[in-house]
Write a protein that binds this ligand. Structure first.
Ligand SMILES: [Zn+2]
Length: 322
């Protein structure tokens, strides 16, 4: 069984492409992103999935590193870490041989679709994963990565670590809030808290899996830009409710966020889309709002995280145009 020191040596000697004397940041950024997700409890077992959450975290670290790293592709490091001796890819059922052939030929999956067809998850050497679940050892690994790979960008990378930590704390508070008290809001003015706002956004994205609750649109990209396609919408606008309660949130694509905020659609007490009677529209049938009427909205897995009835009623009463 390897010691932490031995793993550190492996992590400090990652194979990387070198361009203009600069080593590619992808593998170390991916490790920093995974460490962050373990710290925040998003990864709690030794099964690392190429989730949107991980893509987002990865993109935030890569963005701190100057240089035109194109593409800012997470598939590549996620796949190629297998050459480092502590990271393995677990195939989907029935795809072991295909994945094996691909790995033997030293090629990488040609598209995200092929990747997800072949690979279910990746996993660390078990002792390394256990080290990463231990706060002190996790910090040693994180510092070693920053020291070794980002000595010139130490500050911005550590700023991401710090901000993400604060957002993680606020996410916990928002989750606790749901467990501890029913949804309420007060008109009392409370200033926007950008960290709490970011925590609200992350949590909504997570529980709706980056999917529009109205039309189910989800656009995945390999560089973490899915974050621009769906929004964490406040049901009672923040200016009115001053509430980042998770039950005041719903995940919507840009179009449906826009029409929701302007009262062209709302959600009824049975969680179905309600379309304003005032609209008149033309265009392809699949794009028309009126076709969404009475369609069930996508809901989070846990009922306690559903949009609050009180918030939906407020939206119907004050925003929906009818
Ligand atoms: Zn939508």
């Amino acid at each position: 069984m390897r010691t932490l020191q031995e793993y550190l040596q492996m992590i400090e000697n990652l194979g990387r492409n070198i361009r203009n004397g600069q080593g590619a940041p992808h593998k170390p950024c991916l490790l920093l992103a995974i460490i962050q997700l373990i710290e925040q409890g998003d990864i709690f077992e030794n099964k690392i999935r190429l989730s949107n959450h991980l893509k987002d975290a990865f993109a935030r670290y890569v963005a701190q590193i100057p240089g035109r790293w194109n593409p800012r592709n997470i598939l590549d490091p996620f796949y190629r870490l297998k050459n480092e001796g502590f990271w393995y890819l677990n195939p989907n059922a029935g795809y072991a041989r295909q994945l094996d052939n691909l790995m033997r030929s030293n090629r990488i999956p040609s598209s995200p679709r092929q990747f997800h067809r072949l690979v279910d998850y990746a996993y660390f050497d078990e002792p390394l994963f256990i080290f990463l679940t231990q706060p002190d050892n996790r910090e040693i690994v994180r510092q070693a990565i920053i020291e070794r790979y980002f000595p010139d960008n130490r500050q911005p990378v550590e700023d991401v670590v710090k901000t993400e930590h604060e957002i993680g704390v606020h996410r916990q508070l928002l989750i606790q809030g749901v467990a501890e008290h029913p949804f309420f809001y007060s008109a009392a003015s409370e200033p926007k808290n950008p960290i709490r706002g970011a925590a609200f956004r992350r949590e909504i994205m997570r529980i709706y899996n980056y999917t529009c609750a109205v039309c189910r649109l989800r656009v995945d990209t390999i560089d973490g830009k899915s974050i621009t396609v769906t929004d964490a919408a406040h049901i009672i606008p923040f200016n009115e409710s001053h509430s980042d309660d998770i039950r005041n949130g719903i995940s919507l694509c840009k179009l449906h966020h826009w029409v929701f905020d302007r009262g062209l659609i709302s959600v009824d007490e049975r969680y179905r889309v309600k379309v304003s009677r005032l609209i008149d529209e033309e265009g392809p049938a699949e794009w028309r709002l009126s076709n969404l009427h009475n369609e069930a909205v996508l809901l989070p897995e846990h009922e306690r995280l559903y949009p609050a009835q009180e918030a939906l009623a407020w939206h119907r009463g004050n925003v929906l145009r009818q």
